[in-house]
Design a protein around this ligand. Structure first.
Ligand SMILES: Nc1c(O)cccc1[N+](=O)[O-]
Length: 240
């Protein structure tokens, strides 16, 4: 998979050279390029914003640098032999909500382009223009206000990247995680078996894998009912 990121703060993404994603980049599994949007400006001040038509506080990101950048990146060779159009993602509080299902869907794409907005947002015509270059998705991490798209992009790249085959050493570990089966994950324990007068649940020391699996499932349902009843079907939401 190829991922391009457009931002006026490219160093935000230095963390993507670390850990599993950094190793995946070194191994050629993930082809990730972070670019400074200002590289597509032509004035001395490398201007990317201007005042909003219609008035209002703040500044809006100009369309010209975005148009030039997206033209270039959308034409970049992606991992796949076929010249499939890229998926162009703009993190936005006005977007669809990002879930594990979204991460799984996007992890099978060949070329993702993330456009990180700043200020009061990006000129609307950029989203319209981008639709001529690829599939455009406005995606939100949640209903709160961030200063720009960079943090959301980091989160999405991690959630998507770890699902790409070969990135996580043991694919089994991807299965038993929160939200993978629609439920929150069960509690985990490791040595010592007793710590500050707190013991590991006996069932986990029993060696009876069927009983352990059943206990873990019960824990998932109980936690999900208590913390995230919205994830459960209506009929399963009340405490039994
Ligand atoms: N919430 C928010 C924002 O305020 C700005 C950019 C991106 C997001 N988001 O993805 O959730």
């Amino acid at each position: 998979m190829r991922i391009d990121v457009l931002s006026i703060f490219p160093s935000y993404f230095d963390g993507l050279t670390l850990s599993l994603l950094g190793k995946a980049r070194d191994a050629g599994i993930l082809d990730l390029h972070v670019r400074d949007l200002r590289d597509w400006t032509s004035d001395r001040h490398r201007t990317v914003d201007d005042t909003p038509y219609g008035g209002g506080a703040g500044m809006v990101m100009k369309p010209e640098p975005w148009g030039l950048a997206l033209d270039e990146l959308a034409a970049a060779p992606s991992a796949s032999a076929d010249a499939s159009r890229p998926t162009i993602i703009f993190p936005s509080p006005a977007g669809e909500v990002f879930t594990q299902a979204t991460a799984r869907e996007l992890s099978s794409r060949q070329h993702l382009i993330f456009g990180c907005g700043r200020y009061e947002g990006i000129d609307e015509r950029v989203f319209e223009y981008a639709a001529d270059l690829g599939e455009v998705r406005l995606i939100s991490l949640g209903d709160y206000v961030l200063n720009g798209g960079e943090v959301a992009t980091m989160a999405m790249i991690e959630a998507i990247g770890r699902l790409i085959p070969g990135v996580v050493g043991n694919p089994e570990s991807l299965v038993e995680e929160s939200h993978e089966d629609g439920l929150l994950e069960y509690p985990s324990y490791t040595k010592p078996s007793s710590w500050r007068d707190r013991a590991v649940p006996d069932v986990l020391l029993s060696g009876n894998h069927a009983v352990i699996a059943s206990w873990r499932r019960d824990q998932q349902l109980e936690r999900t009912r208590r913390r995230r009843p919205d994830l459960l079907p209506e009929e399963d939401r009340s405490e039994s």
